[in-house]
Ligand binder design. Structure first.
Ligand SMILES: CSCCC(=O)C(=O)COP(=O)(O)O
Ligand SMILES: [Zn+2]
Length: 215
């Protein structure tokens, strides 16, 4: 099996798992995995496809500029430039972008602040932070419609080999050294978003009940 085929299988496995969770609503989302370093090439999802379907046209190989390698009728993801930023600036091997209701709500709630920070949660370890008082801060950027502008702003937060950036009312992009690391990072972020929103809802209910009961 060629390296490209091996990476294809790895990315297809992740795509299958994320699709089962309904993390690609309305054809949203895009995934990428590095194939070669010199020269840089990576597989990226073809644009506009239903990512819950599995076909042999799900991914195409692009170069370090995000342009297709060889002849193809497939169009790389509209957000290929964001994945390109990651592979050009870090040693990441895989990058994942999904739109979920939870990541969109969190991005809107904390968008004006420009970031959200989590601490005191065991699952932060899945993002490689093992200290007892570790904090995970996820930047939130404006959802520029002009993708090169979005990619440039996004790139300002791409400094480590693993990380995450929320795009306001759009989605999250995460990356890691390996496919497993990127998937783990994404799952931890979505866990934290879901936990945080549930906690806020229950606190609001509790406060209202206390007010009604005059406590
Ligand atoms: C249908 S959602 C709008 C585009 C988007 O944000 C996305 O993630 C999917 O775009 P792609 O070109 O990768 O299919
Ligand atoms: Zn998107």
């Amino acid at each position: 099996m060629s390296l490209k085929d091996t990476r294809w299988e790895e990315l297809a496995d992740i795509k299958r798992v994320l699709a089962r969770r309904d993390w690609f609503p309305g054809t949203s989302g895009n995934l990428a995995i590095k194939v070669d370093d010199q020269p840089l090439s990576f597989l990226v999802t073809a644009s506009g496809k239903d990512k819950t379907k599995e076909t042999n046209e799900d991914f195409l190989l692009v170069d370090g500029q995000g342009k297709p390698v060889g002849d193809t009728h497939l169009k790389p993801s509209d957000e290929t430039l964001l994945h390109k930023e990651i592979y050009n600036k870090t040693n990441a091997g895989c990058s994942l972008h999904v739109h979920t209701v939870d990541n969109n709500v969190i991005s809107e709630l904390y968008g004006d602040k420009g970031s959200i920070t989590f601490k005191g949660q065991e699952i932060i370890k899945a993002c490689g932070l093992w200290e007892e008082d570790a904090e995970l801060t996820i930047p939130i950027i404006y959802n520029h419609a002009h993708i090169p502008t979005l990619a440039t702003e996004f790139g300002e937060f791409v400094k480590e080999d693993a990380g995450a950036v929320l795009i306001r009312n759009h989605g999250i992009t995460v990356w890691g050294r390996t496919a497993l690391e990127a998937k783990k990072y994404l799952e931890a972020c979505e866990f934290l978003f879901s936990y945080h929103l549930k906690l806020l809802s229950f606190k609001a209910i509790k406060n209202n009940l206390s007010r009604i009961n005059g406590q």
